[in-house]
Design a protein around this ligand. Structure first.
Ligand SMILES: NC(=O)c1ccc[n+]([C@@H]2O[C@H](COP(=O)([O-])OP(=O)(O)OC[C@H]3O[C@@H](n4cnc5c(N)ncnc54)[C@H](OP(=O)(O)O)[C@@H]3O)[C@@H](O)[C@H]2O)c1
Length: 269
């Protein structure tokens, strides 16, 4: 889809990937509805975008189900959107036993419940042709120690995207699943950066991820995973999970050390 003059609702616009995406989309001539919880950050972003005045803000906590109905108030027949990008997300790097109930529900609520409810609420307000892009993760295809809850939410988002895509075949709305690998944003704690360094895990800049997302939107690529060797391991995991079990078992003690270090930082008692 050509993005010039498209109206796009972008959740998580104030975050690392969100801000890079907002800049890349605005450069293409799109008109944006920028969602986040912090109005000041969103305003600053809006002012930095080309044609700042044509973009609007939606300040909302997407973990509040009542907030998910709000766009119905500012979208209408004449002011529909062409693209919904479900990008807002959160993670908590820790062994399952070290997650609080709130950390579990926050990840499930923002990463999977919110995209489902928002998509359902907005389906009548998306033009045809239109696009729904769900931002997944490599961890939506590979279960990784320290990320059990995050993986659960991103596996679910991938399943939701695939099923909805098949459900909407022929409707004029194309559902895309776009999965970055580790990306240099504030989503990842210092412990995660240290672990990735020790394991030699490569990461991308948010600008690179945004550039690839624009390509996926332009070409309407249904499923896109970023990064090598991540793409290889995703295929290997789907076909021979036991091989990946063995490879990841070798990293487990390193992952555990960083997860516990992260916990000690959170709760120094
Ligand atoms: N960074 C990575 O390594 C990586 C890798 C693969 C996939 N991803 C995925 O990429 C997406 C963007 O991640 P990122 O790295 O850009 O993360 P980020 O920098 O932490 O940004 C997260 C965004 O989500 C918003 N958000 C958080 N909690 C919210 C809530 N309760 N209600 C509404 N908005 C909320 C934040 O807005 P506030 O300003 O309100 O906090 C922010 O805009 C996520 O879905 C993530 O899972 C990231």
């Amino acid at each position: 889809m050509k993005l010039a003059n498209c109206r796009i609702l972008l959740t998580g616009a104030s975050g690392g990937i969100g801000q890079a995406l907002a800049h890349a989309l605005a450069k293409q001539g799109a008109t944006l509805i920028l969602q986040g919880r912090n109005e000041a950050t969103l305003k600053q972003l809006q002012n930095a975008l080309p044609n700042a005045e044509k973009h609007t803000l939606w300040v909302a906590d997407l973990c509040d189900p009542a907030a998910l109905a709000e766009p119905k108030g500012f979208l209408c027949q004449q002011q529909q959107i062409d693209i919904l990008i479900n990008n807002a997300g959160t993670n908590h790097f820790a062994w399952l036993e070290d997650h609080s109930e709130q950390q579990i529900t926050q990840q499930l609520s923002l990463n999977i419940q919110a995209p489902i409810l928002l998509t359902q609420a907005l389906l009548p307000y998306i033009n045809r042709p239109g696009i729904i892009m769900n931002i997944g993760s490599s961890f939506g295809s590979i279960g990784y120690a320290g990320y059990s809850v995050y993986c659960a939410s991103k596996f679910a988002l991938r399943g939701f995207s695939e099923a909805l895509s098949r459900e909407l075949t022929g409707s004029g709305i194309n559902v895309l699943y776009f999965a970055p690998r580790a990306t240099q944003t504030a989503l990842n704690s210092d412990a995660v950066y240290a672990m990735n360094k020790e394991l030699g895990t490569q990461s991308d800049s948010a600008e690179f991820v945004a550039k690839e997302a624009i390509i996926a939107l332009n070409k309407e690529i249904k499923r896109r995973w970023l990064g090598w060797p991540e793409r290889f391991f995703i295929k290997l995991n789907a076909l021979f999970p036991g091989v990946v079990d063995k490879a990841l078992a070798k990293q487990r003690h390193i992952i555990a050390r960083h997860a516990k270090a992260s916990l000690a930082k959170e709760d120094p008692q």
